[in-house]
Write a protein that binds this ligand. Sequence first.
Ligand code: GDP
Ligand code: MG
Length: 308
Amino acid sequence: MKVTPMSNPSNDETKSGFVAVLGAPNAGKSTFINRVVGTKVSIVSPKVQTTRTRVLGIMMVDESQLIFIDTPGIFEPRRRLDRAMVAAAWSGAADADMVVLLVDCKRGFDHDTRNIVENLSKQQRRAALVLNKVDLVKKPELLALAAALNEAGSFTDTYMISALNGDGVDDLISDLAGALPPGPWMFPSDQVSDMPARLLAAEITREQIYLQLRQELPYSTTVETESWEERPDGSVAINQVIYVERDSQKGIVLGKGGAQIKSIGAKARSELEEILEQKVHVMLFVKVREKWSDDPERYRDWGLDFSA
Ligand code: GDP
Ligand code: MG
């Protein structure tokens, strides 16, 4: 990862480094990173493969800067977009100082997780094992899962957390911070992500599409911020286009009398107001763009490799 270290607040005390968070789709990677960063930098939904790009979540622990790399889930890819997402996840791991493997302990040691463990072994990469969602599972089950995973792979340590309610997270963070290499911070200490505001705003709308629309439709959509206007009254006016792949999908996004798109816009607006801490106006449009998922330019926007 090419990030130029900041010249200043380097002293003997500062530490900094990248921690890649890997795991099967839905393990809770984005939830974990939002929690430690303290604000939403990565969108979350109950649907798999919500995260499409590599997202950084930056956190300060005293003089240490932990830079988490949220990755798309690792699973068996079928479509081009899937392949690019999985490639982005592994390259995130290759660039990182440390790797955390997040496992949904409710799902257990499933096929996707097994693949990741095998790949980590092949690359001789030792990760910290983190069993997430402990709020959903009983202790004996947890211990059995921890044993099975440690049998299959070689981990630096095993942690049990709930990214949702924060249980166990502090211990994990203080160990990670302690293991960081000494060095200057890579980002200003108040920065929480490297994502441009326009892209984050598009992600927030995409999150609402995942939460509000049914089944497969969200996977056929993408969102772009077309304009961003700071107004004299301190508010910001954001225009976005929701792209769908087929004409028939347009009606679903709009809903009866425009009710659906109105509801997506209203929720996105209130989320953004909280994140940006200013008044926000959101205008949404729907357009058809056939085969956007085969368009190299989209991949560039997301920092994905089109030919992965
Ligand atoms: P990702 O695909 O790994 O980034 O997973 P997400 O962060 O998008 O989370 C997937 C789903 O799991 C969401 O519905 C989260 O609310 C839920 N989730 C994440 N962490 C926890 C947890 O610790 N406990 C419970 N009960 N649910 C969680
Ligand atoms: Mg995610």
